[in-house]
Design a binder for this molecule. Structure first.
Ligand code: ATP
Ligand code: MG
Length: 411
């Protein structure tokens, strides 16, 4: 049994939009244990879509399409499905009624071309779309099925979750569940993790795998079972063993980012954090501001550029700057204290680095955290330029805060 995905839209081929539908559907298919071997992207062209669908239906039991269901002339998916499954398009009166009601409710005029959306390949099963006008449908053809969904991602996702997944489970007897648990780590490299858990990475159910990202590494545990409970039971002992080996390098699970975790810990402790940032061009502030509890936990940020900004904005002592230079540990410590004071925060975090961290002789980046009881620092690290370099520094900085808040060892 195999499924394939056909995403339809010339703007996808032109690279004007990224095909997020295919990635999302692929992940959902994996969770119900449906094999997926092909994804095809095709433009808004009737002949080419028809050809792609013929191939897809010949080799795959399940074909899922997205896009091209709208009312305009370049939306030709329903015509292509009709052609590929050798049947005429017919007007569905009750669907027409439904579309008319949708427009009436919104007090918007219904145009003649919206009638087109009520035309479906003969014998198609309607998949009602409560979140948009484009109705979706499924057509059975020689024991295989093509399911056509709208291109708009939130409509597609809604219909997949509420209609398509339950239908596929039922129709093909897919009762297995694939469940993943992700342990998120920072402060430890992928190769070190690898050496600590190599034996676990040879397990077959659940499987264990790692994925490195800038500043953090994910350890994913994936189980396949007949029910969610069974999958969770397979995952639990392996998760416990991984946690025992990785210890406090694990900062969160699943979707949780380090900034979510730090914001939550700050909010729980009734603490607010301020930043003095001379290493990520404000990206660290944006990251914190984007996390769930940031309104409570985030006091503000001073984004610094050049040594003059340390004096003018943070009012750092000229003699200190002259004595140690920038970047340096004493300057980072003073910047952390200044940020704390300036923003009236409980904690002040400073990330002070050179202008070009990737220059061959560049000094390291210094990271300090000022608290009510003094200043603590992370070990200075060589920085790297670009988004990955900033990602790496942001994790270094927030992990210092996390370790302080949880009373864990630093460095
Ligand atoms: P509509 O009724 O809105 O026209 P439709 O089924 O005709 O729906 P399209 O016109 O193909 O869908 O796409 C509508 C919008 O949905 C696109 O402009 C694009 O923003 C988004 N979209 C379409 N396909 C994809 C895709 N594969 N990945 C991500 N976004 C997509
Ligand atoms: Mg459209």
């Amino acid at each position: 049994l195999q499924a394939e995905i056909v995403t339809i839209g010339t703007e996808l081929l032109l690279g004007e939009i990224v095909d997020t539908n295919a990635a999302w559907i692929a992940q959902r298919l994996a969770t119900i244990g449906l094999n997926h071997y092909y994804t095809t992207t095709v433009g808004d062209n009737l002949a080419r879509i028809t050809e792609v669908l013929r191939h897809a239906l010949a080799r795959s039991e399940v074909v899922i399409t997205t896009g091209g269901l709208g009312p305009t002339v370049d939306d030709v998916t329903r015509e292509a499905v009709a052609a590929a499954t050798e049947r005429p398009l017919v007007l569905d009166e009750s669907l027409l009624e439904e579309i008319a009601c949708f427009f009436a409710r919104r007090q918007a005029p219904m145009t003649e071309n919206n009638r087109k959306q009520a035309c479906l390949p003969q014998g198609a099963r309607v998949i009602h779309n409560p979140v948009g006008t484009a109705p979706a449908f499924a057509v059975e053809h020689q024991g295989h099925v093509v399911i056509s969904l709208p291109g708009v991602p939130h409509e597609m996702k809604h219909l997949m979750e509420t209609e398509v997944i339950p239908y596929l489970r039922e129709r093909f007897g897919l009762h297995s569940v694939i469940k993943s648990r992700v342990l998120r780590t920072c402060g430890i490299g992928e190769s070190v993790i690898d050496s600590k858990i190599a034996d676990l990475m040879r397990l077959t159910n659940p499987t264990v795998g790692t994925a490195a990202h800038p500043g953090q590494t994910d350890v994913r545990i994936t189980a396949k079972a007949e029910s969610l409970e069974e999958a969770l039971a397979l995952i639990a002992p392996v998760e416990a063993e991984l946690r025992a080996r990785l210890g406090d390098y694990v900062y969160g699970v699943d979707q949780e980012s380090l900034s979510d975790v730090v914001s939550r810990l700050l909010a729980q402790g009734g603490l607010r954090l301020a930043l003095a940032d001379m290493a990520t061009q404000g990206e660290l502030a944006q990251w914190l501001a984007g996390s769930a509890q940031s309104a409570i936990a985030f006091a503000g940020a001073t984004v610094l550029s050049g040594i003059l900004s340390l004096r003018v904005t943070l009012d750092l002592d000229e003699a200190l700057l002259a004595q140690y230079g920038c970047p340096s540990q004493p300057v980072a410590d003073a910047a952390a204290q200044a940020a704390r004071r300036l923003h009236g925060a409980d904690l002040g975090l400073a990330l002070i680095g050179p202008e070009d961290p990737s220059a061959p002789d560049a000094p390291p980046v210094y990271c300090s955290l000022a608290t009510a009881h003094g200043v603590i620092a992370a070990p200075p690290r060589r920085g790297r330029s670009g988004p990955a370099g900033r990602g790496w520094l942001m994790h270094l900085a927030l992990d210092l805060v996390r370790r302080h808040l949880l009373g864990l060892p630093i460095g």
